[in-house]
Design a protein around this ligand. Sequence first.
Ligand SMILES: N[C@@H]1[C@@H](O)[C@H](O)[C@@H](COP(=O)(O)O)O[C@@H]1O
Length: 256
Amino acid sequence: MKLIKVKDYQEMSSVASNYISNQVRKHNPFTLGLATGGTPKKTYELLIDDHKNNGTSYSHVTTFNLDEYIGLTKEDSNSYHYYMKHALFKYIDINPKNIFIPDGLSENIEQECAEYEQKIRTYGGVNLQLLGIGANGHIGFNEPGTPFSSQTHVVELTPSTRTANARYFNSIKHVPTHAITMGIASIMASKEILLLVSGEEKSQALKHLLSDEAPTENFPASILRKHPCVTIIADIDALKDLDEKGVSSLYTMLNL
Ligand SMILES: N[C@@H]1[C@@H](O)[C@H](O)[C@@H](COP(=O)(O)O)O[C@@H]1O
């Protein structure tokens, strides 16, 4: 596991966007796993700048998003369909046919999950998965207790995740109670993972992730320790609970 230590959110986003755009330029075809939330927002802005200024093309790229709320329409400003369209897709040259996000309004949610998983395989799996982390260690919407063997499935969101995400809604009442998410096994199947962590409110989660305890389903992100190719980009605020001695020898620390 590689840990890149950066100054702040801006620098995290800039390192992440360079990382992603380099891979996009290098590989054809390329399958990119995408995340939502506040963490990757600036990274997407910088990818758009790079597309405009340097001409990086996404015409050969297929994307799979990690998750979607159940019950929100694609036009709902809190849906992840809406988020992705307005944060990235409408500004780059990706073919809309190559964009995949779980359908949270499907009449047969179980079938939707199975088909989503199958589709990822049809495309040969995800080459690079972008990830954020929840304060309770969730990845995608895989809450504590989710089996490590899980594939794309329906989850009930924990009160802490609903409270954390309520900042995007008018009130917590409006935050959906359920979501579809790629499972932990689906995430682990991606060839490479890029995890972004910014801000003090993630520092306990990052400390937990970087400990050398055996992975536990009570802290979903801990499974990433078993993935052969993970790069974490974390800012100083997120690393505040760790001194360099606290970062286990499993990690190569790169200071920018
Ligand atoms: N489902 C998303 C995750 O994919 C995201 O990584 C995480 C952190 O969100 P944020 O980046 O806003 O802190 O929580 C959300 O619930």
